[in-house]
Design a protein around this ligand. Structure first.
Ligand code: ADP
Ligand code: MG
Length: 298
């Protein structure tokens, strides 16, 4: 698999404050990555470092497997890390033409990219008449003009209404489907859950989790069981390798799992020990619960 970006032990200190603390991760081609964390967790600083606008205190990063200098790599990246800023009296097309001129790239893709962000119908309207969502979409079109191999977005839906949020998310998903790798920073768990395949969770600059979103989601959950003879059931559960903890409550036992389990096998194993279960079901923790647990944990 082709690596787009590799970050190795990247840190940024601001007069004693560790804004980013020893962060490492790899971005492989074709996936959608989220940097997820509460405000102030170091997301923008991380993006700033790999985009060459913030100097790392230590650590390193490498674009495109080291085949290009960090400076040349920027030509193959589309990034929006600030609020969209275009000339208010100029139309979308005029603004994008100017971007092409400044970046010294062909104007051929303007229509195509305006279509991607669903702005073709408004392409001749002045930027000043655009809603915030449309402005953000124009910024995305602008970042796509050079057909980048990766699109980087910092809090792409900040300040938008629910419809605007939905629209941006749909567009991001369309861009991802067309094969462009995406890295987005967000403090919104549901955004990352909906849009990203992989996630790096940051808290106070430190990585709390790094991996596939569905594996983070793929918590093993909690099995709820009960039987007429609770003492026997308790003895049975205590000896099971999948049980991290066994807690008795009014409604029965709650067993926190450390691995996937087969409820049929649990039932059969209990039955083999003369325990007939009158309750057996599994409950999974939501990603939100896990995120809150991850970010609250000290
Ligand atoms: P996020 O994007 O996750 O909200 P940031 O990367 O913007 O977080 O900030 C991480 C931490 O670094 C915060 O505590 C922030 O106040 C601090 N910080 C960011 N930029 C600067 C700067 N230029 N000078 C001093 N502190 C900064
Ligand atoms: Mg930020």
């Amino acid at each position: 698999m082709k690596t787009i970006l590799e970050i190795k032990n990247l840190s940024k200190n601001y007069s004693g404050l560790k804004a980013v603390d020893n962060v490492s991760f790899k971005i492989e081609k074709g996936h959608v990555y989220g940097i997820l964390g509460p405000n102030g967790s170091g997301k923008s600083t991380t993006l700033g470092m790999v985009l060459n606008v913030v100097n790392p205190t230590s650590g390193s990063y490498e674009w495109f497997e080291g085949t290009t200098s960090n400076h040349d790599a920027l030509k193959r990246i589309g990034a929006i890390i600030e609020r969209p800023n275009f000339y208010p009296s100029m139309t979308a097309v005029q603004n994008l033409e100017l971007v092409c001129k400044i970046k010294n790239i062909s104007k051929d893709k303007i229509e195509e990219k305006l279509a991607v962000v669903d702005l073709l119908a408004r392409k001749h309207s002045p930027f000043s008449t655009y809603s915030l969502g449309m402005k953000q979409r124009l910024a995305i079109a602008s970042a796509l003009l050079n057909d980048p191999e990766i699109l980087i977005l910092d809090e792409p839906t900040n300040g938008l209404d629910p419809q605007g949020i939905r629209k941006i998310r749909d567009i991001i998903q369309d861009i991802a489907k067309s094969g462009t790798t995406i890295l987005l920073a967000s403090h919104l768990l549901d955004e990352v859950e909906k849009v990203c395949s992989h996630v790096i969770v940051l808290r106070q600059g430190k990585t709390l989790y790094c991996g596939a979103v569905d594996e983070m989601n793929h918590n093993y959950g909690v099995v709820h069981l009960d039987a007429a003879n609770r003492d026997d059931l308790f003895e049975f559960l205590k000896g099971q390798p999948y049980a991290v903890s066994v807690k008795e409550e009014m409604e029965g036992f709650k067993v926190v799992l450390n691995q996937p389990v087969d409820l049929g096998k649990i039932n059969a194993a209990a039955f083999a020990q003369n325990i007939s279960l009158n309750k057996l079901y599994i409950k999974k923790q939501s990603l939100e619960d896990q995120f809150i647990q991850l970010t609250n944990h000290n």
